[in-house]
Design a protein around this ligand. Structure first.
Ligand SMILES: NC(=O)c1ccc[n+]([C@@H]2O[C@H](COP(=O)([O-])OP(=O)(O)OC[C@H]3O[C@@H](n4cnc5c(N)ncnc54)[C@H](O)[C@@H]3O)[C@@H](O)[C@H]2O)c1
Length: 342
């Protein structure tokens, strides 16, 4: 039984808590830290979100230890694994301290706000007996898992075009709107876009260069990005991500993939299933596995701990590359030119 301590009982902390409950034969949340008194004792009625389980309720946390100070949670000998669901500007410090205390660490995306932070976290992981993974949920999301399989197996021939999209109204669920401040969240360029940036890294590795257009709002945050990634002739990769839509728009993620012998289309908010189009036949809607990406990422990380294997589906180095590429897109938006990737 893996004993888990969660830091941050907001949108993601509540979501991860629900996954551990579903995995109760293998894991148990034994400690929960939040700086807000109501949240650390299970009153999540004011905790919202934009995908998955969107509205919290009051929960009876039984004998789960409530902590005000996250440093006490990470040094609690009853905790084997720390799950960091706190705001992004805290990821570096919390991960390094938890790894230093010998704990396994699952940390929410984006890994951190700078490449330097990510390098420091990777260094701490190298010196710790604990496993370390960034919760890059898209790598575990059924529709994206399916897409990767089709691309890798060339089921529809070679891929010609991939368009990844993540579209939203300005998030209004984070506590005191910390997410709006780019010094704390990285803005849309990191907080929102790192999902698709990381997925492109997963599929194709690093591009030669990125060119992005977008704009910066008065808070200094880049709220919209339309990017083209250069992998050389024969493959068009475009990523668009924004959170400047009216709030009533809600949230969408999806993709269009065009192959030599067909195409795949999916958009979460269309309500339609992922659809495969082949020449001369009716569109197909292959069945996706029931569990969502949040369940699968937590299940996977528990499995890595149980089997004493370092995570491979997503590695901290790849999460670092995703941060570097998202920041390169931001630079491209600012200078109006392509940015070469080393
Ligand atoms: N994977 C995804 O789909 C996804 C979705 C949303 C957010 N996230 C990521 O999850 C992280 C958390 O975001 P969120 O939306 O849950 O935010 P949130 O505001 O809903 O929750 C954050 C919680 O952390 C607590 N907190 C803040 N500072 C703290 C401290 N010093 N000690 C203890 N608790 C503290 C807050 O009180 C709050 O309850 C961010 O890094 C975000 O980018 C990931």
């Amino acid at each position: 039984m893996i004993r888990v301590g969660i830091i941050g009982a907001g949108f993601m902390g509540r979501n991860h808590f629900n996954q551990y409950e579903k995995l109760s034969g293998r894991s148990k949340v034994v400690a929960l830290c939040d700086k807000e008194a109501d949240r650390r004792i299970g009153d999540w009625s004011k905790v919202g979100g934009n995908v998955g389980d969107k509205q919290g309720t009051k929960r009876d946390l039984g004998d789960i230890k409530p902590y005000r100070d996250w440093r006490e949670l990470v040094t609690d000998p009853d905790v084997d694994m720390v799950d960091i669901c706190a705001p992004t500007f805290l990821h570096r410090e919390m991960s390094i301290e938890a790894l230093g205390a010998g704990k396994h660490v699952l940390c929410e995306k984006p890994m951190s706000l700078s490449v330097e932070d990510c390098d420091a976290m990777i260094e701490a992981a190298a010196e710790s007996p604990g496993k370390f993974m960034i919760a890059q949920v898209v790598r575990f999301w059924p529709e994206y898992v399916y897409l990767k399989q089709v691309i890798d197996a060339k089921e529809l021939g070679s891929l010609r075009v991939l368009h990844l999209r993540r579209q939203a109204g300005m998030p209004d669920y984070s506590l005191d709107n910390w997410i709006w401040d780019p010094q704390l969240s990285g803005g849309a360029i990191l907080d929102l876009r790192v999902h698709d940036v990381d997925f492109a890294v997963y599929l194709f590795g690093k591009p030669k260069s990125v060119y992005a257009q977008g704009y910066q709002n008065s808070h200094g945050s880049i709220d919209r990005v339309h990017a083209s990634w250069d992998y050389g002739a024969g493959l068009v990769v475009q990523l668009e991500g924004y959170w400047d839509m009216p709030t009533s728009f809600g949230f969408n993620m999806g993709f269009t993939a065009v192959f030599e012998d067909g195409a795949i289309l999916w958009d979460l908010n269309s309500g339609k299933p992922l659809t495969v189009f082949r020449p001369d036949s009716e569109p197909e809607t292959p069945e996706m596995r029931g569990d969502d990406g949040y369940f699968r990422e937590v299940d996977y990380f528990l499995n890595c701990i149980e089997k004493d294997k370092d995570p491979q589906t997503t590695t901290p180095h790849q999460s670092r590359d995703a941060v570097a590429l998202a920041l390169a897109e931001g630079e491209s938006v600012r200078i109006g030119e392509p940015v070469k990737i080393k």
